[in-house]
Design a binder for this molecule. Structure first.
Ligand code: FES
Ligand SMILES: [Fe+2]
Length: 442
């Protein structure tokens, strides 16, 4: 990257808050959260700088870009990005914004191309983001001292694949992805590494918008099993003809690592039931021993169980159900939801289709269960328009004394299914990032 085009550090929202003010927003020890974090514009701007521009964000799956030239477009925070397979076979992530006047260089959601050519003046970039050429290139060489096309390109992010999932960060100081995920990889492997042939995203991605702050869905998936029997009961009755059962509280846990969290039971078949496809249940049951051999008994029981997960900050999924999603911020009161379906690569085609249909019936914009959730998150956000309302605090105190040690499970473990433990851990991490000006200090 040309030195004179290199970016500079944050100059925005950071000046508006002292560490003391930020600390008052989250009291994770007592489970008290200030509502302004779901509403205020300035807090949101600081999140873009200190969370979305620094964390490793899930941007896609290797299977979406199998060959050189394949690409998908996405967002990291509010930064538009291209995720592209280079000619050397490596994945690249770079800003979808031309270094000449800033225009968007790719308008497609997915495709294959040798060049990304900017509409405005015709600068062309390769699948690694490098500038390949432009109209009247000789004039640049004649009139622009030290001009070197090789030094100019689409601003790159660091990118790493974890067992097929592609993560990227714009922070050069961020730890490696392995360190960022830490012991949470042990949990991710349940879905990503239960079969030697690996996984893939089914073709296609559904994008929809919800008028809510991005943290409500993220914190819901990180640990809110409490809402399921109430919020989703009518949906379950309509779809499956049975109410959402009461979970076994004693064989259920919250696990968290660096703000990421998974709440789960050990019933093996739970989430998978909601797809309404007996073949999927049979498939999971038929593989229990194979998975146990590969990952151990306890993880073989989590593969399709009732549970939900968020990888900090905004990537969530449901094991067994296999909806994978990112909550992309579009302002403090608006979230873009991207949904994919993850399957084992070597699964029969008919079964993959059943996953696709099951997810569409439940967790798509018209899905029964998605609609239940979206309405709650919208009102949890928008009611804070009230000046007095937004000054009030929210209660996150369930399970404050439920922490346990566990011989096998990794990370910080809390017992019982109904618990705010993972949500408190999520906001502890949120506060740590928000109140630390430079990445090296985290
Ligand atoms: S803005 Fe892209 S070529 Fe000018
Ligand atoms: Fe829900």
């Amino acid at each position: 990257m040309s030195k004179n085009l290199a970016g500079s550090a944050e100059i925005g929202a950071a000046q508006k808050f002292s560490t003391e003010q930020l600390n008052q927003l989250v009291d994770h020890e007592n489970g008290v959260i200030d509502r302004r974090i779901f509403w205020d514009e300035e807090i949101y701007k600081l999140e873009l700088e200190r969370i979305f521009a620094r964390c490793w964000l899930m941007v896609g799956h290797d299977s979406q870009i199998p060959e050189p030239g394949d690409f998908v477009t996405s967002y990291m925070g509010e930064d538009a990005v291209i995720v592209s397979r280079g000619r050397d076979g490596k994945p690249n992530v770079f800003l979808n914004s031309c270094p000449h006047r800033g225009n968007r260089v790719c308008f497609a959601e997915a495709g294959k191309t040798r060049r990304f050519v900017c509409n405005y003046h015709g600068w062309a970039f390769g699948s690694d983001g490098r500038l390949m050429g432009m109209p009247a290139e000789e004039l640049y060489e004649e009139t622009c001292p030290n001009f070197s096309a090789a030094d100019i390109g689409l601003h790159p992010a660091r990118v790493t694949s974890y067992k097929g999932l592609l993560f990227a960060t714009f922070d050069e100081e961020a730890p490696s992805l392995d360190d960022y995920l830490g012991e949470f990889r042990w949990y991710l492997d349940i879905l990503l590494d239960n079969d030697a042939d690996g996984t893939e995203f089914l073709d296609g991605n559904i994008r929809s918008h919800i008028s809510c702050n991005w943290k409500f869905p993220a914190e819901n998936f990180v640990g809110d099993s409490y809402h399921a029997a109430w919020t989703h009961n009518s949906g379950a009755m309509a779809m499956l003809g049975v109410p959402v059962g009461q979970p076994n509280q004693d064989r259920a846990y919250h696990a968290s690592v660096n703000g990421s969290g998974w709440q789960f039971g050990l019933d093996m078949i739970g989430n998978a039931m909601t797809l309404g496809e007996q073949d999927i249940v049979d498939y999971l049951r038929s593989r229990e021993e194979i998975v146990a051999e590969r990952l151990g008994k306890i993880r073989s029981r989590m593969i399709g169980a009732v549970g939900s997960c968020t990888t900090f900050p905004n990537f969530s999924f449901l094991a067994g159900h296999n909806t994978f999603r990112t909550w992309v911020p579009k302002g403090p009161h608006k979230t873009e939801l991207n949904t994919w379906v993850l399957v084992n690569k070597n699964m029969p085609f008919e079964l993959k289709e059943k996953y696709r249909k099951g997810v569409m019936r439940t967790f798509s914009p018209s899905g029964t269960l998605e609609m239940d959730d979206g309405e709650n998150w919208e009102h949890s956000t928008t009611v804070n328009a009230g000046t007095v309302t937004r000054r009030q605090k929210l209660h996150y105190g369930l399970g404050l004394n439920s922490r346990i040690e566990h011989d096998e499970l990794k990370g910080e473990i809390h017992k019982r299914k109904y618990n705010d433990a993972n949500q408190r851990a999520f906001y502890r991490r949120w506060l740590e990032l928000m109140s630390t000006p430079t990445s090296g200090e985290i």
